[in-house]
Design a protein around this ligand. Structure first.
Ligand code: OAD
Length: 256
C-alpha cells in the first residue's frame, strides 16, 4: 500500500498524537500461520464445538481433552514466527517512545508473537497459551518445552494446571482490563487491527476511545461491525498495511 493511499488527515492525526493505542486480534497473527480460534478446530478436533473446549465447565468435566487441545495449540504457536505486522508494530513503539510519545499495545492474541517481535509492555487481555495456572495456588508457570508427558498436568502443590487464557464466561484479568480501558479512554488515536470486533469487552474499547474524543481507525482484511463507525477504515492484510503505515508516519514526522 503506497503512502498516498493513507488518508492525509489520518497521517496528520498520527503525527500530532501524543498517545496512540492499538488493539490487535487473530488477523494480525494469521500471516504467521497461527490458526484462529475456529480454525484450530480441525482434524481430530473438528467434532468439537468451541463451547465444549473453551469454558471452565468443559475443563472441570474433561481436563484431559481440554489440556491436550491447548497443549497442541501451544506447540503450534512455538513454531510460528512474527510477521511484518508484528515487526512494524514493535518498530513503531520504539519510534514513538524515542519521540517521547506513548504507544499502548492491547492484544486479544494468546500467542506471544508481539513480544517475540520486540514489543514491550503488551497488554494481554485474553492471557497466553504459553502459560499454565495452578488451580490451587493460582501460581502461573510459563512453559516453552515439548509436549507435556501426560494430561492433565498437576503443579507440585497437586493442583490441576489449566491454560492461563480467558475462557467463555470468565472475566478478563483485572490489571489487563484496567490498563486497556485506561489506554482507550486516554489515547488521541485508537487503531483496531485484525479483529472481527465481535467479542466484548475488547470490541468496546474502540467505542470507549471514540466517546473520549479519540480519532479511530480500523485495519482489517474484511469489513466488520466497527467499519462503519471508525473515522478511517483500511481494508487489506495487516502484514502489508502496517509496515507501510510505519514508513508513512516516519516520513511525515521527518518532514515536520
Ligand atoms: P477473529 O477470528 O474473530 O477475527 C479475525 C479477523 O481478522 C477477521 O475479521 C478477519 O477478516 C481478519 N483477518 C484475517 N486475516 C487477516 C490479515 N492477514 N490481516 C488483517 N485482518 C485479517 O479473531 P479475534 O477478533 O481476535 O477470545 O477474536 C476475538 C476473540 O474471539 C479471541 O481472542 C478469542 C475468540 O473467542 C477468547 O479466546 C476469549
Amino acid at each position: 500500500m503506497p503512502d498516498s493511499e493513507f488518508h492525509p488527515e489520518f497521517l496528520s492525526a498520527l503525527r500530532e498524537a501524543r498517545h496512540i493505542a492499538v488493539l490487535t486480534g487473530a488477523g494480525v497473527s494469521a500471516e504467521s500461520g497461527v490458526p484462529t480460534f475456529r480454525d484450530a478446530l480441525t482434524g481430530l478436533w473438528s467434532k468439537y464445538d468451541p463451547m465444549q473446549l473453551a469454558t471452565p465447565e468443559a475443563f472441570a468435566r474433561d481436563p484431559d481433552t481440554i489440556s491436550r487441545w491447548y497443549d497442541e495449540r501451544r506447540l503450534n504457536v512455538l513454531k510460528c514466527k512474527p510477521n511484518p505486522a508484528h515487526l512494524a508494530l514493535a518498530q513503531w513503539q520504539q519510534m514513538l517512545t524515542e519521540q517521547g510519545r506513548t504507544f499502548t499495545l492491547i492484544t486479544q492474541n494468546v500467542d506471544r508473537l508481539h513480544q517475540a517481535a520486540g514489543s514491550t509492555s503488551v497488554i494481554e487481555i485474553h492471557g497466553s497459551l504459553l502459560e499454565w495456572r495452578c488451580q490451587v495456588t493460582q501460581r502461573v508457570f510459563e512453559y516453552r518445552g515439548g509436549a507435556f508427558p501426560h494430561y492433565p498436568m498437576r503443579s507440585e502443590a497437586g493442583g490441576l494446571l489449566r491454560p492461563n487464557v480467558v475462557w467463555f464466561g470468565e472475566a478478563l484479568p483485572e490489571d489487563a482490563a484496567r490498563a486497556a480501558e485506561h489506554a482507550a479512554g486516554f489515547c488521541d488515536v485508537f487503531i483496531s487491527i485484525g479483529t472481527s470486533a465481535l467479542v466484548y469487552p475488547a470490541a468496546g474499547y474502540l467505542h470507549m476511545a471514540k466517546a473520549s474524543g479519540a480519532i479511530t481507525a480500523e485495519i482489517n482484511r474484511d469489513p466488520t461491525p466497527a467499519t462503519e463507525t471508525v473515522d478511517y477504515s483500511m481494508l487489506g492484510r495487516a502484514g502489508g498495511i502496517m509496515p507501510a503505515l510505519v514508513v508513512a508516519c516516519a516520513a511525515a514526522q521527518g518532514s515536520r
